[in-house]
Design a protein around this ligand. Structure first.
Ligand SMILES: [Zn+2]
Ligand SMILES: [Zn+2]
Length: 345
């Protein structure tokens, strides 16, 4: 057996999570963490007019050492090493759908590059990806057995940028394939419509709109730093505060702000919650299960068990939320939990 080849392979998988910080096309790259840091420092300065106590405020021990944050670190490491390595070979990506549509419709004609078409392509690709991600996120909130998987993300009780990776691999697979399908088909259709000149503008190895969005302190959405856009802008772009509201335990915030880049989809669907001023938030599920999700075992396996139980109780329960009239009297109180609290796994 070739041991050096084997160890090289293992090392390349285990080092993936660390390399990711040095890849500017990744949302957790040092570049995007730095822009988030700059905005956080500016927010601190605006509040206090001094930089005293900045470090304690930026890196509070009670957040960084919280069991929820420790669970994020474990999940980040596993998801970005082993899971990424497996998914790279099995997930169907946008190229697959692009080729399928192009085979079906015939190769697109060659066309000269033109700026308006390049700009249109750049915007349409970003909007297509974002609408697919919004729709996937919406389904994971509204379909009970999918919600069992999405609970993993919402079970975070404190937020650090690594909370972005607190995502069940099943959800990541479904959402990345939905995004891949939408982008692949849209890119092929744009090629057909405008010829092969339909290319998009890239910055830092990704669509320029996505790169600008990441540069705009994206990583503060998973942090304790409140950065809010004016209400009118929140309808167009999702700001960090809006995503923090998405993680709130409070019932009036549930199922709100499912957007990634654009607030437009939430605005159109009536699920936008645009805070007008600072709101003190507590993060978590708010259904009695908080504090029971911070082990790798619960995060990876409990969703399967809960989803299985839902299917076992009838496929209707797995696919449809109970309507208000179906709920027992006791469930209609304002503090109505999101489904039955499940025991620790
Ligand atoms: Zn989140
Ligand atoms: Zn969500």
């Amino acid at each position: 057996m070739d041991f050096s080849g084997f160890f090289h392979e293992v090392w390349s998988i285990l080092s993936k999570p660390f390399n990711l910080f040095f890849d500017v096309s990744q949302r957790l790259s040092i570049l995007y963490l730095l822009t988030a840091l700059l905005v956080a420092v500016a927010a601190f300065w605006l509040q206090r007019r001094s930089l005293r106590g900045l470090i304690e405020w930026l890196l509070p021990k009670e957040i960084l050492m919280h069991p929820s944050a420790k669970a994020d670190y474990v999940m980040f490491f596993i998801n970005k090493s082993v899971v990424v390595a497996i998914y790279a070979t099995i997930l169907i990506q946008s190229q697959f759908w692009f080729d399928l549509v192009t085979d079906w419709m015939g190769p697109a004609e060659k066309a000269a590059e033109s700026l308006p078409i390049t700009v249109l392509t750049t915007i349409l690709i970003a909007m297509t990806l974002d609408s697919a991600l919004w729709f996937g996120h919406y389904l994971f909130h509204k379909i009970p057995f999918l919600w069992e998987f999405h609970k993993v993300h919402h079970s975070a009780e404190v937020m650090t940028p690594l909370t972005a990776a607190r995502m069940h691999p099943f959800e990541e697979a479904i959402e990345s394939m939905m995004g891949g399908f939408a982008v692949g088909v849209m890119a092929a259709l744009l090629d057909q419509a405008f010829g092969q000149g339909a290319v998009m503008i890239n910055l830092l190895g990704t669509n320029i709109i996505l790169a600008i969005f990441f540069l705009a302190a994206f990583n503060l959405r998973h942090s304790h730093v409140w950065v809010r856009y004016p209400v009118w802008l929140q309808r167009i772009f999702v700001c960090p505060a809006q995503h923090q509201v998405h993680h709130s335990k409070a019932r009036q915030h549930w199922d709100k702000n499912m957007g990634f880049i654009f607030g437009l989809w939430d605005w159109a669907a009536g699920t936008l919650y645009a805070p007008k001023g600072y709101e003190k938030l507590e993060y978590g599920l708010g259904n009695g299960e908080d504090g029971t999700w911070n082990t790798a075992r619960a995060l990876y396996f409990r969703p399967f068990r809960n989803a299985y139980r839902l299917f076992a109780s009838g496929w209707r329960n797995a696919f449809f939320q109970p309507s208000e009239s179906d709920k027992p009297e006791a469930d209609l109180k304002p503090e109505d939990p999101r489904g039955e609290p499940s025991q620790a796994l």
